[in-house]
Design a protein around this ligand. Structure first.
Ligand code: SAH
Length: 260
């Protein structure tokens, strides 16, 4: 009989932003290990009676994988519930390797990343025609160093959208480096803390010059996404280059242009 461990993306926090697949796995689960620092306990509200629910907040990686392996018995549904999407900054492969070694199957359920939830909270588009068509998901070096060629300055040279995870405590460094590599001091920045967490959600808009002080004033020092992008604030622009896909002069496989 196969044994399997599911790595399930829990989304950014709002229980309604779980996928249907994630929710039905939670309903079926016999054991759930959740990242309590970022995943609200509310997400386990659909678990059945007798489900073993454990917060991984205080656990080291090896303890977590040992716990999951121990719980993974035939006919049991075992879930590692991860914040956002498991493929981003989730120590996923570090956990999968020992599980592979134990001969247990692994399956991943994607989730809504906090980058997307932050853009949604702020009513921003991360791409805009003829402004930027590229989104860079990154972080600045903290205890984890950045690989060669991925310094913020090298990535920022593209002047595309930057979504910075795990970097809010280094916001001063982010702003300084972007200004040093040619971004204007007035370039817009949005910081979203606890995107989708209802009343706990905070959205701070500013510029590379002002945002640090604004976040200090709002006491934002964790669980926040920094978005720096030439698209920010486009909702209020007078002139926009429109997407060709919806242009009435443009034909595609689902629609004929009304005039060429
Ligand atoms: N896999 C997750 C990211 C985990 S790393 C995802 O796809 O979202 C943790 C970092 O994600 C935090 O430091 C913060 O930068 C960001 N983050 C997680 N949840 C968030 C939320 N609800 N609002 C804003 N940022 C969030």
């Amino acid at each position: 009989m196969t044994r399997k461990i599911w790595f399930v993306g829990a989304g950014p926090g709002d229980p309604e932003l779980l996928t249907i697949k994630a929710r039905s796995l939670i309903e079926k689960a016999d054991a759930i290990l959740f990242a309590g620092s970022l995943v609200p306990l509310a997400l386990t509200q659909w678990s059945k009676e007798g489900c073993v629910i454990h917060d991984s907040k205080g656990m080291a990686l090896e303890e977590m994988t040992n716990w999951l392996i121990e719980q993974a018995q035939p006919h049991k549904t075992v879930i590692r519930l991860q914040t956002g999407d498991p493929s981003l900054y989730g120590a996923l492969i570090e956990m999968v390797q020992p599980i592979d070694k134990a001969g247990i199957e692994v399956e991943i359920v994607p989730g809504i990343s906090s980058a997307m939830a932050s853009a949604a909270a702020a009513v921003e588009s991360l791409t805009l025609p003829e402004v930027t068509q590229t989104v860079i998901i990154t972080r600045v070096a903290g205890r984890t160093p950045m690989p060669e060629g991925e310094s913020l300055q090298e990535l920022a040279a593209h002047h595309s959208t930057l979504c910075l995870f795990l970097s809010i405590t280094l916001l001063h460094k982010v702003c300084k480096e972007l200004i040093e590599c040619g971004w204007l001091e007035d370039a817009p920045v949005v910081v979203v803390q606890k995107a989708s967490w209802g009343d706990a959600e905070k959205i701070v808009r500013g510029t590379l010059r002002t945002i640090k002080k604004q976040c200090q004033a709002e006491k934002i020092s964790s669980q926040a996404m920094i978005i720096v992008s030439p698209t920010l604030g486009a909702r209020h622009w007078d002139s926009l280059k429109k997407s060709k896909l919806y242009d009435e002069h443009f034909s595609h496989s689902f629609r004929k242009a009304i005039k060429e």
